[in-house]
Design a protein around this ligand. Structure first.
Ligand code: ADP
Ligand code: MG
Length: 260
């Protein structure tokens, strides 16, 4: 997965090497939604290259196209024109089964609304993605328990997800996102339904996953405070990137606002 680009002298190969250091490349992509005969253009020529291991925040007002970008990045939706390369592979060349395999093996999703199964235990929610993997049943219990411990919910393992607080639910969702050890975490407004204290706990986890485990984290948010956990902040408006800057004030665990 990593470093498969070869270091060779010619320009052509140098280009290949550069491409390979970016886990994600969107090249001039557009997205139109088509419902019956109505075409709604939503993304208008988005260029975005994301190096492996970067924590990038995508900011923008409601309706600007953030979730559309995330759905495309996670192979949940397709582009209309342009090129999407993931790990150097042209995504448009892959069939649905290949996309599902690549998604399962490489991407963990965290959503604003948690998307857990209610009346289903924490353990079962986190285990679910392993059912579709080739991890043998004998190994599953240990992996699931480890991830649940990692997010600090070992004592809740047999609770139903609907018995948990919002912050705890989002931590379950993070454990589920990590269960197949993905390189990339896509988090779409992960703190949007949380109080500020629980939101900070969730953001600290994403920060640690980036810093300590080298995960690529792609965060969508409309809050500046949350965006500043990223090394880089991209602003999107009306389906176009309007700024793309490195963040000189990256938030750390030490500079939290006083909690209310
Ligand atoms: N399935 C769809 N069909 C038509 N329009 C859609 C669809 N999904 C999203 N849109 C429109 O695309 C625009 C961007 O939506 P979205 O990506 O969800 O924005 P954000 O996440 O930034 O709030 C909005 O105007 C929204 O109404
Ligand atoms: Mg959205």
């Amino acid at each position: 997965m990593r470093g498969t680009g070869r270091c060779i002298e010619t320009d052509r190969h140098r280009t290949t090497t550069n491409i390979m250091s970016n886990i994600i490349e969107l090249v001039n992509i557009t997205k139109d939604y088509v419902n019956d005969d109505v075409v709604t253009p939503v993304l208008h020529g988005v260029n975005l290259s994301i190096p492996q291991g970067q924590f990038i925040s995508i900011m923008g007002p409601s309706g600007s196209g953030k979730s559309t970008v995330m759905n495309i990045l996670g192979f949940l939706d397709v582009i209309t024109t342009g090129m999407y390369r993931f790990n150097g592979r042209d995504v448009s060349k892959l069939n649905d089964d290949q996309l599902a395999d690549m998604r399962g093996a490489n991407i963990g999703f965290v959503f604003q609304t948690f998307n857990l199964l209610p009346r289903t235990t924490v353990y079962e929610n986190v285990m679910l993605p392993l059912i579709y993997s080739n991890v043998p049943p004998s190994k599953r219990h240990q992996i699931v328990s480890e991830k649940i411990e990692l997010v600090g919910l070992g004592h809740r393992i047999n609770n139903f997800s609907n018995q948990l607080s919002g912050g705890e639910r989002q931590r379950v969702a993070i454990a589920r996102a990590l269960i197949r050890n993905p390189d990339v975490i896509l988090a779409d407004e992960p703190t949007g339904n949380l109080d500020s204290k629980s939101g900070e706990v969730v953001m600290d986890m994403l920060l640690d996953l980036n810093k300590e485990q080298g995960k690529t984290v792609i965060l969508v948010t409309h809050e500046t405070y949350t965006a500043e956990y990223g090394q880089r902040i991209v602003r999107i408006k009306d389906g176009t990137i309007v700024s793309d800057e490195m963040n000189g004030h990256r938030r750390t665990r030490d500079d939290h606002q006083p909690l209310k």
